[in-house]
Each structure stands twice: as C-alpha cells, then as structure tokens.
Write a protein that binds this ligand. Structure first.
Ligand SMILES: NC(=O)C1=CN([C@@H]2O[C@H](COP(=O)(O)OP(=O)(O)OC[C@H]3O[C@@H](n4cnc5c(N)ncnc54)[C@H](OP(=O)(O)O)[C@@H]3O)[C@@H](O)[C@H]2O)C=CC1
Ligand SMILES: O=C1O[C@H](COP(=O)(O)O)[C@@H](O)[C@H](O)[C@H]1O
Length: 500
C-alpha cells in the first residue's frame, strides 16, 4: 500500500492506527509493505517513529510488546516525492517492485490518496505514465471525500482517474459507511420481521439524522473555510446514512445490488430549486460560547478563518424521498460543529396510536421511537410507553436497549474499510453514481447560499444550532429528539437540552 500524504493529519489520526489494529488482529496479509509518500524529508527511522507516535496517541489497540511492534513496523518505508513531478515516481516504483521481487508475490497494489482531491487526477496520470497503472495483478485506488467541490469538478476528477483505474478498482471512502452501526442498519432492517412491515409512510411519522460535534474547525481552516458543512458532511456522510435508512431490500447481499438500491434513493430525493432552498434548508455558524465548562471562540475568530467568513458550520434540512414507500415522510437532518454534544444518531419516530385510550391531563402518551446510536455510543434502543408504577393510567416512556460497544471495543471505521479494500469488497464504498447524484442535490443549495438568497443564522457554541433549525420541524408539529447516553431512560426534547 502506497500512502500519498503519509505526513498528513488523516494518516496520523486514522490510517496508521487502523493498520496497526488490523495487524494485531491478524487481518493483514502475511507479506505486506506500507510505503509512505510526502514532500517533507523523512528517514525511514523518522517515519517509523512518527507512526509509533500516532499509534500511541490514536490507536484503540495499544502496543503491548516491543517484539510485535518491531514485526509490524519493519514493513514501513518512506520516500520523498512531489506527486506533481513525474520523475519522483521512480523511487516509488522501485520500492514496490523491490518488495514484489523479494517476496516473489504477484502485484497487489493499493494506492491510498490521503491528499487534496485536486491532486487525484495528477497522481493517477503519473502512476500510469510510470507503468504502475497497468499491473498484471491487482491495483486499487483509494480516495477520500469530498471528491471535487461540485458536480462538474467531481466529474472531471472522475473522468481523469478513470483513464488509469476502472470503477471496480476505485474505492471511494466515506468513513461513515465503515462505522459498525451504519453497517448494522441493513441487518436491523432486513433481519427483523418486526421492523420491515412498519418501515414506510403508513407507520413512520418522521426520521431524524443527527451528526453533532463539539469540536470546532481545529487546524483545518484552509480546507473547511472553503468547504463548509454542506460539502464536508451533508454531501457524503449525511446522505449515506439517509440512503441506508431508505433503501429497498437488495435482491441479494452483493455489492452491485446494494449500490443499485442506494442509488435509487438519491434518484427519488426531492431536489430544491435555489428559490426553494430557504424553506427546507437552514445554515448556521457558531459564535463564542461555553463547551464543557470552557470558553470557546466564534468561528470567525478561529485561526486562519476569514473574519467575515460566511461559511456554514451547521446545516439542518427537511428532505423528502418521493417514492411509494416514503411519500410525505419528512427526513430531518442536522450536522454541526461546536454543538451541545458529540453524537451521531438516527431516530425513527413512529406515528401516534390512532386512538389514545390513555388520555389524561398530562397528555403523556408519546410516540414510539427506534433510536440507532452510531457514535460515540453504538447501539439501538426502542422507546415504548409503559404504565407509570403505582399510577392508574399514567404513562411513561421506557427504553429497551442494546449496546454494541459496551462489553468490548468495536473496530474503527478505517479498520473495516482498509480491510475491505485489501480483500476487494466495495460494498461499503461509494459508487460514482452516488457521488454524482449527491452533488446534483447539493449544488443548487450551495448556489442559493453563494447568491445570498437565504440568510446565514448564528448559534452559540455548546447549543443545538440556530432557532431556525427548530422552526423547520415545528412547522410540521415535530421537534428534535435527543436520546443520548446520559438520558437513556428518559426521552427529552432537544429544547429542554438547550435550557439544561
Ligand atoms: N484529516 C481528516 O480527518 C480527514 C481528511 N480527509 C481527506 O483526506 C485528505 C488528506 O487530508 P489531511 O490528511 O487532513 O490533509 P493534510 O493537509 O494534513 O495532509 C496533506 C498531505 O498531502 C501531502 N501533499 C500535499 N501536496 C503534496 C505534493 N505535491 N506531493 C506529495 N505530497 C503532498 C502532504 O505532505 P507534505 O507536506 O509532506 O508534502 C501531507 O502529507 C484530503 O482529501 C481530505 O479531504 C477526509 C476525511 C477526514
Ligand atoms: O469527514 C469528516 O468527519 C468528521 C466527523 O467524523 P466522526 O467520525 O468523528 O463523526 C468531521 O469532524 C470532519 O469535519 C469531516 O471532514
């Protein structure tokens, strides 16, 4: 595996720890080599020390003994190369071929582009020019999101990389698809007969998908201030979770069948014109506030952010999937930085009972909820109504709960995805058509905001987004649910969370 961008943030925080965990779980091939590439000069030793630091700091599996560490790290080498310079690929080529000859193995080459998307085409082109693009054995290209910054730029990148790699050789990472509970959505839906008959507009009132973060822009302003939350999170992760919830059962558990069903969801996703965007999509930017007892600055005061930046750090939207299954069901999505808690979760809110036999002055009969918690807690819980102990007809919500990661740690998303790329399973990678359709949905929203047709709202750090994000649901008589760990036996309204 050649990692372009081996001196960068992604390699440090995600790729090296994932590789180490795979190694410790005996999920790497018996003979492998990791070739790190970057422009910064590094000796092999310095590179290996950087990998060790990253594993110590970020890996879920820690180094337990020096002997196994040495066995692992001896497979890492580094070479300096500027990917825009074709002659710099000579060094990479000789390291690859040297390894293959030494071990007498057929080529099985994975090129991981942990670099900016505007370099994807250059690398693919240069790999082909040096003869690394047409191997006898296996070659695969692993690329990160976001691919391009709109449909046209993504298409251009795609056409260029396809001069070297076929669709079947391109592994587009959306790390949310590597998360255990995102992969579990299909199983929960298609392996439980109690859910599938209810999974439609007859029984579901609305679906809410939240991916909230407490972190701010951190060190990534150069990228983020240009991208914003719409491109950074909605175009990929949020729409991927939506597809997993909405897709029809695939004819079989094969990559193509699953991709086909996901693509159909995006084809049914209602598109908004630039003029309509204001009625369905809210954008926000964080202001200063208090998070975990600590004062945090406004987005505009963050390092390397333009002091008049209009970049959105929060998006909420009301989406519709216009097909027979989902006609009329609102899908509310929200994602943002510097929010009240780190939580990724999906709430399926079922319709109310047709008649309330338990009507009392408290009006305490709430809807049933199925909550899929993705991060940091992994699990599912169902919120049901039960009799309040000792009362006559008072009702209280109770939760039936399964925790996926309480007893033992589960693999990190990058572990699953790197492993899938090694064994050639594209199921949890994004097909080009998903990328294209997602951009076609996103582009008018972005254009409407660039034209300032709809205003940017502000929210205090540590809260749940601007008031307009709550109004979006109130119009339909809904409100955001918050069912996080601290409140697992109590269902509270998001509005209460703000005030508590
Ligand atoms: N960081 C994250 O959490 C996430 C990142 N991504 C995506 O991953 C990719 C990498 O992101 P990230 O690691 O954060 O970025 P960084 O800016 O931290 O790292 C960029 C890397 O690219 C290398 N690089 C840049 N230009 C060249 C060049 N001309 N020749 C060779 N190497 C070059 C740099 O190496 P050097 O300086 O040594 O040349 C560095 O290793 C991006 O596409 C990003 O969108 C996606 C999801 C999350
Ligand atoms: O891709 C991205 O995801 C992270 C959030 O990922 P998570 O696994 O911690 O939920 C986000 O912080 C980042 O901006 C974005 O590029």
């Amino acid at each position: 595996m050649v990692i372009f961008g081996a001196t960068g943030d992604l390699a440090k925080r995600k790729l090296f720890p994932a590789l180490f965990s795979l190694y410790m779980n005996k999920l790497l091939p018996p003979a492998f080599r990791i070739i790190g590439v970057g422009r910064r000069p590094r000796t092999h030793e310095q590179f290996r020390e950087a990998v060790r630091k990253s594993v110590d700091e970020f890996s879920r599996i820690k180094v337990a003994d020096e002997a196994s560490w040495q066995q692992f790290i001896k497979n890492f080498t580094y070479t300096v190369a500027d990917v825009t310079n074709p002659s710099d690929y000579e060094g990479i080529k000789s390291l690859i071929e040297g390894f293959e000859t030494e071990h007498g193995v057929e080529p099985c080459r994975l090129f991981y582009l942990a670099i900016a998307p505007d370099l994807f085409a250059t690398v693919s082109h240069n790999l082909k020019a040096i003869g690394l693009g047409d191997t006898r054995g296996v070659k695969r290209l692993i690329i990160e999101k976001p691919i391009g910054n709109d449909f046209l730029s993504a298409k251009e990148i795609d056409e260029q990389i396809k001069q070297t790699f076929t669709e079947k050789e391109i592994y587009r990472i959306d790390h949310y698809l590597g998360k255990e509970m995102v992969q579990n959505i299909n199983v929960i839906r298609f392996a439980n007969n109690i859910f599938e008959p209810l999974w439609n507009h007859h029984h579901i009132a609305c679906v809410q998908i939240t991916a909230s973060e407490t972190v701010g822009v951190e060190e990534r302003a150069a990228y983020y201030d240009r991208a914003g939350a719409l491109r950074d999170m909605v175009q990929n992760h949020m729409l991927q979770m939506l597809m997993m919830v909405c897709m029809e059962p695939p004819s079989r558990l094969k990559t193509e069948a699953i991709h086909d069903e996901k693509i159909k969801v995006l084809r049914s996703l209602r598109r908004y014109s630039e003029e309509e965007v204001g009625a369905y999509v809210v954008r926000g930017q964080y202001q200063a506030g208090i998070l975990n007892g600590k004062a945090v600055p406004a987005y505009r005061d963050e390092k390397n952010v333009d002091s008049a930046s209009e970049t959105e750090t929060f998006v909420a939207a009301k989406l519709y999937v216009d097909n027979l299954r989902w006609a009329g069901v609102p899908f509310y999505i929200r994602t943002g930085k510097r929010m009240g808690a780190k939580a990724t979760e999906i709430v399926i809110q079922f319709k109310e009972m047709p008649k309330n036999l338990y009507f009392n002055k408290n009006n305490d009969l709430g809807p049933n909820l199925l909550v899929i918690t993705i991060n940091p807690d992994e699990g599912i819980h169902m919120v049901l109504n039960a009799k309040k102990p000792g009362s006559d007809n008072q009702i209280m919500p109770i939760a039936m709960e399964f925790c996926n990661n309480c007893e033992q740690g589960t693999p990190e998303a990058y572990e699953s995805l790197i492993h899938d790329a090694i064994v050639g399973d594209q199921t949890f990678f994004t097909h080009w058509e998903e990328v294209a359709l997602a951009w076609e949905f996103i582009d008018p929203i972005r254009r409407a905001w660039d034209r300032n047709l709809h205003k940017l709202d502000f929210y205090e750090s540590g809260t749940w987004g601007p008031a307009s994000a709550h109004a979006l649901l109130a119009e339909e008589g809904h409100h955001w649910w918050s069912v996080t760990k601290e409140r697992q036996h109590r269902v509270v309204r998001a509005t209460e969370v703000i005030t508590t």
